[in-house]
Design a protein around this ligand. Sequence first.
Ligand SMILES: [Zn+2]
Length: 295
Amino acid sequence: MLNSKDTLHRFIFENTDIRGNYVKLNHTIAEATQHQALPQNLHKALGELMVASALLASTLKLDGSLTLQIQTNGPLKLLIAECNENHGMRGAVKWSGPIESSVAIDLIKEGHFIITLNQKNAKTPYQGIVPMEGNSICELLENYLLRSEQIQTKLWIHSQDNIFHGLLIQKLPFNSSVESIDSDTMKNAWKNVVTLANKSFKFIQPEIKTSEILQAIFPSETIRLFDPSFPKFSCSCSKRSVENMLRLIGKKECESIIEEQLSITIHCDFCNECYKYTEDEVNFVFNDSGDSIKH
Ligand SMILES: [Zn+2]
C-alpha cells in the first residue's frame, strides 16, 4: 500500500438509481499533516473530515473547491478539510490545551459545521450550515444532504494503520436514470446496499483493490466501476493570495505591524510555507492597485 497511489473511484449499481464513490487516502493525509504534530485523536478527526470532503466533492460538478470547516468553543478551535476539482486536497487543525476524546463527534458537537462551495464562475461562495444532528461526521452530513438537497446519502469512514477510507452511496431522485424499474424495487435495492455496507464496511481491509473491496461488501450486486482519479496533497496558497489578504487587513493595520515588528510574516497552516514582507514590499502591495482582491 505504501507505494500505491491514493485513489477515488466512482461507481454505479447496475439497473438501479444508486451511485457511489469510494476513496482511499494514505499519502495525501500523511503529507497534509506532516508539519502539524497532531495528537492521534486530532489526526483521526482530520483524516475523517478529509475523506468526507473528497467523497462529497465527487458527487458535485465541481470547478473550484469544497471546504468542510468545524469551529468549536472548546479546546478544538478549527478543523478544516478542502478538496478541489482535481482532488487536490489540504487540511489543518488548530487547538489549544489537551484534547481528551478520541471520538471525532465528541470533539465537534458543541461547534459550528460549515460547508463552503467555492465555484470559479460564482461571484460569491455558497455556504451551508450543517446542523449538529447525528452521532458521527457521516451522520451529520447524511442529515444535511437529505435536508438541503433532498438526496438520500449514506457515508461510511474508517481508518486502519493511517490509511483512511470511505464509502458514499446516493440514491438519485426516482426515474432520473432507470425508468423501467418500479419504486418498490428501487427502495429494496437501496435498503439492501445500505444494510450490506452497515454490516461489513468497518471490517474491510483498506489495503486491497477497490474492485475487491466493493465485491466484498456487495457480493450479490453488479457494480460498474469507473476509472479512478488520484487525490493528492496540494495547497493553493500563493504570494498573490497572501497579498490579497494584506489588502483585506488594510494599509493602516499593516503599517502598524511593520512599525512593531519591522516586517509582516504570514504562515500557511496547510503547507507550512512562510511569506515575509518588508516595509518596502508592503508599500509596493498597496501601491500596486491594479490587482483586484481575489482569493
Ligand atoms: Zn499553503
